[in-house]
Design a protein around this ligand. Structure first.
Ligand SMILES: *Cc1c(COP(=O)(O)O)cnc(C)c1O
Length: 405
């Protein structure tokens, strides 16, 4: 009953469903079982060192490897066109795995000056304690990137589209700059998903996802994944999973794999509805600006077309006025939205909106002043609403927004 999918020729919809899955040899079950077992009965004694672990090792203990988690890793690797993948307890566990596997005392990390707040804070507050030099730069400014990526730079870490601005980074251009300096490039591709962008094809060395978002897609499981060449993923597994212990639960792997099966068709629907809502918002006099990569008004729309096969369901918009008007609109949303949830997170089948005031984010998460803060305000003014379009009917989302703007 063994079936081997040809992952080189299969299309993304087929891969999303079948990669990493096979009918159960004992029962013929078509849908994968969940293997919750923490330990596995072995025929011969196994070594206890993580260094002895390879992809072909038999299952011994779930913190080392688990069949259900392995299935998810194979599915995401196939979607990213990667040789290998490792799953983690959360997106933050995935990000920290790349940072700690690559960086040692004396190394330089060049990080986007606007990124997921957890990664910005980890890089700024924790890594310097370990002797890592952390430099942040506006990754849409290639001259600034070139100046920041000096010899001694070990890792360049970017996210595109970046949270929360929806500003893009040219992955191929930054890969050339990083590699010329002898550094590796990691991409947080959570906002894009592998349906929109496969960063390894543009020269990235690592691609990571918060699987909590589009990959899982239903807001019911926290997880993270890193993909790349097997020689880079293997040390991530032996250090970050086996020793730091940020292992994904098999139950979460099963939920996320079930969600990932519909990723390509969900992304199509997210994009279609996002385009309708973005156009409606852009035409509304109460709205000062909409930033959506799929709109011709996005300042990097040409790069979006080159780098994104799908514009995703993520956008930001601003109401007219300053921070006070934004905060008032946020209060109306929290009290009166009927369909859309006023909540953080993104990439779910439910539409989510949250208010991100500029002054407090610049101070707490990004600590940006001067030109960096000015560039941030160019995109976000005194605050944006981050809108993650779900899978509901566009007309219902528009009616919901119309009533609270
Ligand atoms: C949510 C998110 C993370 C962190 O992922 P968790 O699963 O919440 O740990 C990292 N990067 C981006 C872009 C995210 O949206």
């Amino acid at each position: 009953m063994a079936r081997n999918l040809d992952t080189d020729s299969a299309g993304p919809r087929t891969l999303a469903i079948h990669a990493g899955e096979r009918p159960d040899p004992a029962t013929g079950a078509s849908s994968p079982n969940i293997v919750m077992s923490s330990t596995f009965v072995t025929e011969r004694p196994e070594g206890f060192s993580a260094r002895e672990l390879t992809e072909d090792s038999p299952f011994v203990y779930t913190r080392w490897a688990n069949p259900t988690v392995r299935g998810l890793e194979e599915k995401v690797a196939a979607l990213e066109g990667a040789e290998s993948a490792a799953a983690f307890a959360s997106g933050m566990a995935a990000a920290h795995a790349i940072l700690l596997a690559e960086l040692s005392s004396g190394d330089r990390l060049v990080l986007s000056d606007v990124s997921y707040a957890g990664i910005a804070e980890l890089a700024r507050d924790t890594l310097p304690r370990m002797g890592v030099e952390v430099v942040t730069v506006n990754m849409s400014d290639l001259a600034a990137v070139e100046a920041a990526v000096t010899k001694g730079t070990r890792l360049v870490f970017i996210d595109t589209p970046c949270n929360p601005l929806m500003r893009l980074t040219d992955i191929a251009a930054v890969a050339r700059i990083a590699h010329a300096a002898g550094a590796r490039l990691a991409i947080d591709s959570t906002f894009a998903s592998p349906v929109a962008t496969r960063p390894l094809e543009f020269g990235a060395d690592y691609v990571m996802h918060s699987a909590t978002k589009y990959l899982g897609g239903h807001g019911d499981a926290v997880g993270g994944v890193v993909c790349g060449r097997a020689e880079l993923i293997r040390p991530l597994v032996s250090e970050a999973i086996v020793h730091f212990g940020g292992v994904m639960s098999p139950f979460n792997a099963w939920l996320i794999a079930r969600g990932a099966a519909t990723l390509p068709i969900r992304m199509r629907a997210h994009e279609e509805t996002a385009m309708a809502v973005a156009k409606w918002l852009e035409a509304d006099p109460r709205i000062a600006r909409v930033v959506y990569p799929g709109l011709p008004s996005h300042p990097q729309h040409d790069l979006a077309r080159r780098q994104m096969r799908n514009f995703s369901g993520m956008m930001t918009f601003r109401v007219r006025g300053g921070e006070a008007e934004g905060a008032e609109a946020a209060a109306r949303m929290a009290a009166r939205l009927k369909v859309i949830h006023h909540a953080v997170s993104l990439g779910h089948h439910r539409t989510l909106v949250c208010w991100m005031p500029t002054a407090s984010l610049l101070e707490t998460s990004f600590r940006l002043t001067g030109a960096g803060a000015d560039a941030y305000r160019d995109w976000a003014g005194e605050g944006v609403f981050r809108l993650s379009i779900g899978l509901e009917d566009a007309a219902d989302l528009i009616r919901d927004l119309d009533a609270v703007l």
